[in-house]
Design a protein around this ligand. Structure first.
Ligand code: SF4
Length: 81
């Protein structure tokens, strides 16, 4: 498998913020978003910046970040607890 470019942005869902409205899945032509077994939105592994989904999310649960930024965010959230 090819090395992934960790400086490239991708789209994620913070499932803690998701209220399972389904809007992101409905507007996503790339079929990156899906509802997981717990009923919340999630994304397939991707290198996409799906701004439209971010705009329709009522709880700001969708983030577009590099892998590096994402890990840094998780680390600082964990540090806050
Ligand atoms: S639009 Fe936001 S709240 Fe609605 S399902 Fe997608 S991530 Fe969850």
């Amino acid at each position: 498998m090819a090395e992934r470019d960790i400086s490239k942005k991708r789209t994620y869902v913070n499932t803690d913020l998701c209220i399972a409205c389904g809007s992101c899945v409905m507007i996503d032509d790339s079929e990156t978003f899906f509802m997981d077994d717990d009923g919340f939105a999630n994304t397939k592994d991707n290198d996409l910046e799906i701004v439209e989904a971010q705009m329709v999310c009522p709880t700001a649960a969708i983030f577009i970040k590099t892998l590096e930024e994402f890990k840094e965010n998780r680390k600082s959230s964990a540090d806050d607890q």
